[in-house]
Write a protein that binds this ligand. Structure first.
Ligand code: NAP
Length: 247
């Protein structure tokens, strides 16, 4: 717990929209002071902060490209200055473009690895020295890793790397009482999933889980809130496949 202001502090990367925005709202509701990171969607991030503040929460928007180590250092610094030392880090920022491996450009490969893998690496490295003991780290994998669908080779490779980070980093933080887990959502109705798909394709994905619907951002925010909260203290180094039973 942060001794400066008696409020636990959470950074949520990629929180301007989609799953990250739902996580920021949920953690704020649960009493965390929240740093809402974004790369380019400043209007959305500012609107989210304004809404949270109006509801009585502490929140700031922090522009930082997670793939840039200097940006990530500054994100931690400005969070510490404005809210206090960090207790919870949610590595939600990520990108997906489904392209067959043979058609993937060098630029798309680099962008996907830079944001999904290097971005997570950059924040974990800062977290190692900056987070309060007793903190929680939640990384983001994907259920696509278990499905092996065509078009997902590069994206899945980045999420496999994130799962590897999760298992090893949990052990490297021995003695700090910081847990490191990952959530691996199934299809969630955000622009990352919906953009570029036909209605037919969307419905096909929606029918895949036995619960027979797409996940919503709040479905994942609840899982992250659990991992960040008091009841998940004994869960460490685990991947939670939050996907309605899809895989
Ligand atoms: P989304 O709606 O596309 O939102 C992505 C968020 O990441 C945005 O806030 C975006 O902010 C931010 N972002 C992108 N690049 C960034 C960068 N370089 N630095 C900082 N922030 C950056 O995506 P989503 O569906 O919420 O996905 C969130 C996470 O869940 C991702 O890790 C994704 O891989 C994972 N996931 C999603 C699904 C799904 O079906 N939606 C399934 C499994 C896993 P800006 O707009 O400011 O760039």
């Amino acid at each position: 717990m942060n001794m400066l202001n008696n409020t636990q502090v959470a950074i949520v990367t990629g929180a301007s929209r989609g799953i990250g925005a739902a996580i920021a709202q949920r953690l704020a509701k649960d009493g965390f002071a929240v740093a809402i990171n974004y790369a380019s969607s400043s209007a959305e991030a500012d609107a989210l902060v304004a809404g949270l503040k109006a509801a009585g929460a502490k929140a700031i928007a922090v522009k930082a490209d997670v793939s840039n180590a200097d940006d990530v250092r500054r994100m931690f610094e400005s969070t510490e200055q404005q809210l206090g030392k960090v207790d919870v880090l949610v590595n939600n920022a990520g990108v997906l473009k489904t392209v067959p491996l043979a058609d993937t450009s060098d630029a798309l490969y680099d962008q996907t690895f830079d944001i999904n893998v290097r971005g997570t690496f950059n924040t974990l490295r800062e977290a190692a020295t900056r987070m309060n003991d007793g903190g929680r780290i939640v990384n983001f994998s994907s259920t696509t890793l278990a499905l092996n669908l065509p078009g997902y080779a590069i994206y899945n490779a980045t999420k496999a790397a994130v799962e590897a980070f999760t298992h090893v980093f949990a052990k490297e933080l021995r003695g700090r009482n910081i847990t490191v887990n990952a959530v691996a959502p199934g299809p969630i109705a955000t622009s990352l999933f919906l953009d570029g798909k036909t209605e037919e394709q969307i419905q096909a994905f929606a029918k895949m889980p036995p619960l027979q619907r797409l996940g919503q951002p709040d479905d994942i925010a609840s899982v992250v809130a659990f991992l960040a909260g008091a009841d998940a203290g004994w869960l460490n180094g685990q991947i939670l496949r939050a996907n309605g039973g899809l895989a």
